[in-house]
Write a protein that binds this ligand. Structure first.
Ligand code: PFF
Length: 454
């Protein structure tokens, strides 16, 4: 294979379309739902700094690597890695890297869809005025009731999986590009509005201090792992989502520049969410470490108290659902393309099979908030376990191996040809980051969790 292969699954219409789709994948529940609650659970500022460092030093070089691998391979991540390992004369067991990523995407989507379902349910709640004039305690009850209801959660989870699979079934150029084009700018506007509201709470500076003032004594090895895992999660790295999107990238488009846009937009959205949420948390005497319900317990208070809040509430949760949708499709695209390539079935058939399987798996997450609340796996609920396994272990391990594969297994002349960076110096920096810095950082974080440093 002297050159990158054109993918049988389609191609982006332009560089901008790729940036939109990849940003759509990156910006999602991870930024608006997950980032604030894990920052809250891990003490704020110091955690945020570790996360930002990981995005810059590990995330950006690995994102370039994934796009590069995807474009050169042109197939689903499993077959891409297989083909590229062959091209490099490396061991064919590298294909298991593709397998692990594809499985991670499947597992993440199973719980991601349940949380997206919560957001759907909140669209209706906002529309019917459930938040207006309610106290923090009443808002909290709404959320507790939702978690207790299997029927409601399963309903919205089903809705979201059907929506996701319908977009995936239409292929890359059809649904994905169009949705994201409108979604991203609107999301920015609404987040700015929420930050403006947060400024009026009287607790804006407390919120900012919590988010940006580091107290390193709060930082444990596990919170460093969570910060690193989140850098992978939020940038959609380590599992082949960005790789499969890279497969649809025309050959003449430069990879490096796109990556900065994607990572930049993703980081800004996460920070804006934090800046909107923590002032509301503090002004209502809520717990920053309240856990996975944080945005569902805070933002409705804001919507309930501002004029026209029901409309902002509807808009916000609708946008959150769209942000989740544009991420969800990239979570399952690696598995769907694998099924198509392996069994030579149509995209529709592959979507039906994968959608059904992921839906079933998602029921475990629904139950983990009610009837299985006391069932634990390594001390975590089913949802907690899936989240830890995927975000904290599978994505960083996948990212580590992707970095080694791109930096050390592939031939330099191939990576150089594919990346096509401006100068030799740029290429050397990237090679150094991806071959040494990123893998070493992941490795050290793992060692510290294992307690090797005391
Ligand atoms: N990046 C998405 C988010 O922050 O919500 C989640 C995600 C999508 C993770 C795709 C991993 C992935 F491959």
């Amino acid at each position: 294979m002297a050159n990158s292969k054109k993918s049988m699954h389609g191609a982006w219409s332009s560089r901008f379309a790729f940036i939109l789709a990849a940003t759509g994948s990156a910006v999602g529940l991870g930024n608006i739902w997950k980032f604030p609650y894990i920052a809250g659970e891990n003490g704020g500022g110091a955690f945020v700094i570790v996360y930002l460092l990981c995005v810059a030093a590990i995330g950006i070089p690995i994102m370039m690597a994934e796009i590069m691998l995807g474009r050169r391979g042109g197939q689903c991540p499993i077959n891409t890695i297989k083909a590229l390992a062959k091209e490099a004369g490396a061991n064919e067991n590298w294909k298991y890297l593709g397998w692990m990523g594809t499985l991670a995407g499947f597992l993440i989507l199973s719980y991601y869809s349940v949380i997206a379902g919560w957001s759907l349910s909140y669209v209706v709640k906002a529309f019917t005025g459930s938040f207006s004039g309610e106290s923090a305690a009443q808002i909290n009850t709404l959320f507790t009731e939702l978690k207790a209801s299997q029927g409601e959660q399963i309903f919205w989870h089903t809705f979201f999986i059907v929506a996701t699979m319908s977009v995936v079934a239409r292929g890359v150029e059809g649904g994905i590009e169009k949705a994201v084009r409108f979604l991203m700018p609107s999301l920015f506007v609404l987040l700015f509005l929420l930050v403006a509201y947060a400024m009026t709470t009287g607790y804006y500076s407390e919120g900012l201090a919590f988010l940006f003032k580091p107290d390193f004594s709060e930082l444990t090895a596990n919170s460093i792992l969570t910060a690193m895992g989140h850098a992978f999660f939020t940038l959609s790295l380590g599992m082949g989502a960005i790789m499969v999107y890279g497969a649809y990238l025309p050959k003449d488009i430069s990879i490096a520049k796109t990556v900065f846009w994607i990572a930049g937009a993703d980081t800004v959205v996460a920070l804006l969410s934090g800046m909107a949420i923590f002032p509301i948390v503090f002004s209502n005497g809520l717990e920053a470490g309240a856990g996975e319900g944080l945005i569902f317990q805070t933002l409705p208070i804001a919507f309930g108290n501002m004029t026209g809040g029901w409309l902002f509430g509807v808009l916000f949760f609708v946008l959150l659902v769209f942000a989740a949708l544009s991420s969800a499709i990239s979570l399952i695209e690696p598995a769907v393309t694998w099924v198509i390539e392996k069994f030579t079935v149509t995209r529709n058939q592959a979507c039906l099979a994968m959608g059904g399987a992921v839906w079933l798996m998602g029921l475990g997450t629904v139950f983990s908030f009610n009837s299985w609340a006391d069932v634990t796996f390594f001390g975590l609920t089913f949802f907690g376990f899936l989240d830890y396994l995927t975000a904290n272990l599978m994505l960083p391990i996948g990212g580590f191996l992707i970095a080694i594969f791109a930096g050390r297994v592939m031939h330099d002349r191939h990576t150089k040809e594919e990346l096509n960076l401006k100068t030799e110096k740029h290429f050397e920096i990237w090679t150094y980051l991806v071959s040494y810095v990123a893998p070493a950082a992941v490795f050290i974080v793992f060692l510290s969790v294992l307690g090797i440093f005391g």
